[in-house]
Write a new protein. Structure first.
Length: 326
C-alpha cells in the first residue's frame, strides 16, 4: 500500500483519478489532462485526494507498492522533487504573483523520475488576479507532461478563463460514516468521532473544530430549542439564553446552521442524522407532505441571514422560536 493513504469518500472521483494514473503509467502511456480543479466544501479531503493522486502518478506501481516505495514516502513527506505544493503563505491570506511564478518555474523543469511533474495549489481561489493570469499561460501551453491541481472551496472566486481550462471534479460533503472513519484514522475514539461527526455536516474540518466543551454547549442549546418546541419551556427564557450566549461570543449562526443541516437531512441529504425535534415533521414528510419541513428550513435560513446582517439578535431569535413550534 502506498505511504499516502487513500482518502475516504468521493468514490467516483477516486476511480477516475486512479484509472487516469494507471492509464498514463501503462506501456502505451495514455495522455493525461494537464489542469484539474478539485472544488467542493472545506474539509472534505480535496487536498488529501490531490496528494494521494500525485503519489499514484509518481509511484512506479501506480500506488500498488507494498511496502511503500521511496517515491510514495517522499510525496507523503511533501518532499518529492517532482511534486510541488503551494498555497497562501502562513502570514498571508492570498496566493500572489510570486507563488505563481515559482510554480511555473518548478513545472518547467524536467521530471527527475518517471511520471509527470505535479503542482497542487491549496486555496486556489485566494490567488490574486495577477497570480491567476500568470497561470493562464501554463494552462494554455502546459510545459511537457506537467499536471496542475487547483484545490478550492470557493470556485466562484476563480477567473472564468482559468476555470474553463480545467477539468472540474466536484467534491461533495462526506457521509457521517465517512467523517467517523476519517476521525478514527486521526486517532479519535469511536464515541468522540460519532459525536463530532453528527454535528459536522460532512466536513472533517468542522468536526475537528468541535471540542468536547463545544459539543456539550451545542447539546444544551439544542435541548432548550426542543423544549420550547414541545411547549415545555418559556420562549423568553430561551431567547435570553441564546442572546446571552451570542453576546459572549458563542457562534449562534453555527448552531442554526447545524439545525438547518438536520432539516436538510430530513429532506433527503444523507450526511446527517435526523433530530428528535423533527420527528413529527418527518412523519408528515413520509406521508408525502414536505411543506412543513421546507418552512422550518426556510425560517432557519432566514434567521442565519438576518444574524449575518447584524439584525437585532433578540428579535430574530424570538421570531424563530415562536414560529418553529412543532
Ligand atoms: Zn509507491
Amino acid at each position: 500500500m502506498s505511504a499516502v493513504l487513500e482518502p475516504i469518500g468521493h468514490d467516483a472521483i477516486r476511480t477516475t483519478l486512479r484509472s487516469a494514473a494507471i492509464q498514463r503509467a501503462s506501456a502505451s502511456g495514455g495522455s493525461l489532462h494537464h489542469a484539474w480543479l478539485f472544488a467542493g466544501p472545506a474539509g472534505v479531503g480535496k487536498f488529501a485526494t490531490a496528494r494521494w493522486w500525485a503519489a499514484l502518478l509518481k509511484c512506479p506501481e501506480a500506488g500498488a507498492c507494498d511496502p511503500p516505495c521511496h517515491s510514495c514516502r517522499l510525496v507523503e513527506g511533501s518532499v518529492h522533487p517532482d511534486v510541488y505544493e503551494t498555497g497562501p503563505a502562513p502570514d498571508k491570506r492570498s496566493v500572489g504573483i510570486g507563488e505563481s511564478r515559482a510554480l511555473l518555474q518548478r513545472l518547467s523543469l524536467r521530471p527527475t523520475t518517471a511520471g509527470p511533474r505535479v503542482a497542487i495549489v491549496r486555496e486556489a481561489s485566494t490567488m490574486t488576479v495577477e497570480a491567476q493570469n500568470a497561470l493562464l499561460k501554463l494552462l494554455e501551453e502546459p510545459p511537457g507532461s506537467a499536471v496542475i491541481v487547483l484545490v478550492t472551496d470557493n470556485v466562484g472566486a476563480m477567473l472564468t478563463t482559468v476555470r474553463s481550462r480545467c477539468r472540474h471534479e466536484p467534491f461533495g460533503a462526506l457521509s457521517n460514516e465517512e467523517v467517523v472513519q476519517v476521525l478514527a484514522r486521526l486517532g479519535r475514539t469511536e464515541d468522540d468521532a460519532r459525536a463530532a461527526a453528527a454535528c459536522a455536516r460532512g466536513s472533517v474540518a468542522r468536526a475537528l473544530s468541535l471540542d468536547a466543551d463545544g459539543l456539550a454547549e451545542r447539546e444544551a442549546v439544542l435541548l432548550a430549542f426542543e423544549q420550547v418546541g414541545r411547549g415545555q419551556r418559556d420562549v423568553e427564557d430561551v431567547v435570553k439564553i441564546l442572546v446571552d450566549r451570542k453576546e459572549s461570543g458563542y457562534a449562534l449562526d453555527d448552531l442554526l446552521e447545524w439545525q438547518l443541516g438536520k432539516v436538510e437531512a430530513a429532506l433527503g441529504h444523507p450526511h446527517e442524522e435526523p433530530s428528535p425535534l423533527l420527528s413529527p415533521l418527518l412523519a408528515e414528510s413520509a406521508a408525502g407532505d414536505h411543506r412543513a419541513l421546507l418552512t422550518v428550513a426556510e425560517r432557519i435560513q432566514r434567521t442565519i441571514d438576518a444574524l449575518a446582517r447584524n439584525a437585532n439578535a433578540k428579535l430574530v431569535i424570538r421570531d424563530l422560536l415562536l414560529n418553529v413550534r412543532i
